[in-house]
Design a binder for this molecule. Structure first.
Ligand code: PGA
Length: 254
């Protein structure tokens, strides 16, 4: 299976900055033969990114979506609008949306369902906070987030799902999880997904680790059989650091 490495730019980059990044990363794409690379710019840069990446194997992802197809939902973006822009992936339930913007498990579930119905591949984020970890609740928190997200979904739709285990305390802090912690969580994700959807449906499930991933530590994660790639924030903002990260991952996964 190819690695999957996604760049989560969060609220960064204008259209001009997006185009410059995408032109450069596209020029290096031949180095990334063992990796599915996904760029997730903000909504305002999706079109510019799509245009700059066209003709390349690099995929376009969004950072969020709304679950309705159209209507009176001021400020929201519908799945068909993303499909129209050539978007193939969508990050759902990122911890910044859960914790800063009040997105709950029910909203995450509706978004996941809507994405799958429109053939957008979800990158579903789950992960515990520092306090939850200190209370020994990691497994319960990750398990609950995942069960509520997947509950009642059609297993036939699920084969394009990616789950990103992103401990909240590791995001943007420079303190990544240990490989052992990531492995434990990724294994739990696979077990719960199998429980919710059946083991056949999750055979192709891809699990990423996210949280302070860089070129220096990515190797520890992708060397694990339970982890297929990474969701990358800070280290995805500059072409050089992102490309170096992809190359290290390929080296370690070989
Ligand atoms: P980080 O962010 O790599 O900057 O820690 C990861 C994420 O939020 O997806």
């Amino acid at each position: 299976m190819k690695l999957i490495i996604a760049a989560n730019w969060k609220m960064n980059k204008t259209r001009a900055e997006t185009e410059a990044f995408c032109r450069e990363i596209k020029a290096r794409q031949e180095d990334f033969h063992d990796t599915e690379v996904v760029i997730c710019p903000p909504f305002t840069s999706l079109e510019a990114a799509g245009r700059s990446l066209s003709g390349s194997a690099i995929k376009l992802g969004a950072q969020n979506l709304f679950w309705e197809k159209a209507g009176a939902f001021t400020g929201e973006v519908a799945p068909p609008m993303l499909v129209d822009l050539g978007v193939q992936y969508v990050i759902i339930g990122h911890s910044e949306r859960r914790h800063l913007l009040g997105e709950d498990d029910a909203a995450v579930h509706k978004k996941l369902k809507a994405a799958l119905e429109h053939r957008l591949r979800p990158i579903l984020c789950v992960g515990e906070t520092r306090e939850e970890r200190e209370r020994g609740e990691t497994e319960v928190v990750v398990g609950t987030q995942l069960r509520r997200a997947l509950e009642g979904l059609d297993p036939a739709l699920i084969e394009e799902l990616v789950v990103a285990y992103e401990p909240v305390w590791a995001i943007g802090t420079g303190i990544a999880a240990t490989a052992a912690d990531a492995h434990r969580a990724a294994t739990l994700v696979r077990e719960i997904a199998a429980e919710c959807l059946g083991s056949a449906a999750v055979e192709r499930l891809r699990v990423q680790y996210g949280g302070s991933v860089n070129a220096g530590n990515i190797g520890e994660f992708v060397a694990l059989p339970s982890i297929d790639g990474a969701l990358v924030g800070g280290a995805s903002l500059a072409v050089d650091s992102f490309a170096a990260l992809i190359l290290s991952a390929q080296e370690a996964a070989r």
